[in-house]
Design a protein around this ligand. Structure first.
Ligand code: GLU
Length: 511
């Protein structure tokens, strides 16, 4: 096969919110396309109207955009040369292909009613045979292989309901190379004569998927493992159409597993363990059931990209924090694992924490500002004060929305003190020590953290108290809480007057 420009696609069906497993599939397609200087397409596979869910398509597009997984062509990203990219709008294109298969004897009309199909299943069940429409049973059913030609013509002219089924070869080994699993083979006796087309003019997933991949010149089909059983039929369809020369390479991605490792990660696992399994919040339009999303839970898109990229693929080496450019550079299908990847919610949080730490302080300021607005304190603090608070606090938080919770004491003096620390560390020597610190603080001219620390050490020495024992108590005196950024830097930022007031408050309240 001559070298073709790499073209891959993400082809979701709009049946609900996009699971993060689906997001990962989109991401791997995207990384692969960018790595090879190729194209990434978004195609909406909405041929199964019974499963169509309003809002799902818009959700998928919004999620990909939020994450920066931009398509070169496709719904929501600007049409390309193969428009339309929504299969329901491509409906008139598929009939010719199905006729081609029928003419060559690779597909046939079947007129069986639901009752007749059920009857066949019952009969076979009784004789303990795997009940399916296949090379063995098709001869006993109502189709263009068993009915006289004139009856088939009459039924078609009459407008009788029918489906077109693929005529699977009997007991044939279908072997194909998967980029992740190496050689995969299926015997056709495990499969059935899948429906390709219905008399309402709608193709099924299999036909539309293969025809569109062909027409859109897709070179690599990278999709979830759940589609592996469909791949032999797709290979046979390429053969039947005579398109083997341009058949895409297949890569079936491993499942995302529950944190415990057994079974596919589900919404229920997320609800049970408190993490989202969808990129964005979603409310089911029929049941009103709610699903939480990474975006609304406070995750940064870069963190979600990074964590998903490493769930099932490893770049080799120990580097875990990778920018999108680094991911593109390192990505290869060979390093995608065959076995499922366990989702780890703590690791997900860790990734977010790392990306929050990397954020510019200025980008965190608006989160503080909105909390200050809500508390009616918006005019009391300078931009420089807010910036410095963000730079001190960002080491301590995992999510931007935690910033107020962890930094309130920069803006409001504590009204209560961590009880555990008080119980453990407060004793009758403390009022005198604090009073001395206060006096030394009053004498500091340039109230910076070095001078503060020196004064503090001086007071401890004068009182014969070990620094280690007292530091946490002093933190509680100034902030009310037991942990936080470097204490003397907090004191510097809130300033001399405020630090002194807080020491006085503590003496009054605790002594
Ligand atoms: N429409 C299928 C899905 O919903 C696409 C599978 C494929 O990529 O071939 O996942």
């Amino acid at each position: 096969m001559m070298d073709r420009r790499v073209r891959v696609r993400f082809a979701p069906s709009p049946t609900g919110p996009l699971h993060i497993g689906g997001v990962r599939t989109a991401l791997y397609n995207y990384l692969f396309a960018k790595k090879h200087g190729g194209d990434f397409l978004l195609r909406i596979e909405d041929t199964d109207q019974t499963r169509f869910v309003p809002g799902a398509e818009a959700y998928i597009i919004e999620a990909l955009k939020w994450l920066g997984i931009e398509a070169n062509e496709g719904i929501g990203f600007g049409d390309g040369p193969h428009a339309p990219y929504r299969q329901s709008e491509r409906k008139p294109m598929y009939k010719d292909y199905v006729m081609q298969l029928i003419a060559a004897g690779n597909a046939y009309y079947a007129f069986d009613t639901a009752e007749e199909l059920e009857g066949m299943r019952e009969r076979l069940k009784a004789s303990n045979v795997d009940a399916k429409y296949d090379a063995i049973t098709r001869g006993t059913m109502k189709n263009s292989l068993t009915l006289p030609e004139d009856e088939v013509t009459r039924r078609l002219e009459n407008g009788d309901a029918y489906v077109v089924r693929f005529k699977l070869p009997r007991k044939e080994e279908v072997k194909f190379h998967d980029e992740i699993r190496a050689w995969v083979s299926f015997n056709t006796n495990q499969l059935d004569d899948k429906v390709l087309f219905k008399s309402d003019g709608m193709p099924t997933y299999h036909l539309a998927n293969v025809v569109d991949d062909y027409l859109m010149q897709i070179t690599h089909v990278i999709r979830g493992e759940e589609w592996l059983p469909s791949a032999p039929l797709h290979v046979l369809l390429y053969r039947a159409f005579g398109w083997e020369e341009v058949m895409p390479k297949f890569a079936h991605l491993p499942l995302l597993l529950k944190p415990e490792g057994n079974g596919k990660l589900s919404k229920r696992d997320g609800d049970r363990l408190g993490f989202p399994v969808f990129p964005l919040n979603w409310i089911d339009p029929t049941t009103q059931e709610q699903s939480s999303g990474y975006r609304e839970a406070g995750y940064l898109p870069e963190a979600v990209i990074n964590l998903l990229a490493l769930l099932g693929w490893n770049p080799g080496g120990n580097q875990e924090l990778m920018t999108i450019e680094e991911l593109i550079e390192a990505f290869s299908l060979e390093r995608v694992s065959k076995s499922g990847a366990k989702f780890d919610q703590n690791k997900a949080k860790w990734f977010n924490q790392q990306y929050v730490r990397k954020m510019d302080d200025a980008l965190l300021v608006p989160f503080l500002q909105s909390a200050l607005n809500a508390a009616g304190l918006e005019n009391n603090f300078s931009e420089a004060f807010l910036l410095k608070t963000c730079s001190l606090i960002k080491e301590k938080i995992s999510f931007t929305k935690e910033i107020w919770e962890y930094s309130q004491y920069f803006f409001v003096a504590p009204t209560s003190y961590d009880e555990g620390v008080i119980k453990k560390r407060w004793n009758e020597k403390m009022p005198a020590l604090l009073a001395e610190i206060k006096t030394l603080f009053e004498g500091i001219e340039t109230f910076n953290h070095l001078a503060i620390e020196a004064a503090y050490n001086q007071a401890l020495e004068n009182n014969g108290i070990a620094g280690k024992d007292f530091l946490q108590l002093f933190r509680v005196v100034l902030s009310g809480v037991a942990g936080g950024p470097p204490l003397f830097e907090i004191a510097e930022l809130i300033g001399k007057t405020e630090s002194i007031t807080r020491i006085e408050n503590a003496i009054n309240k605790l002594a």
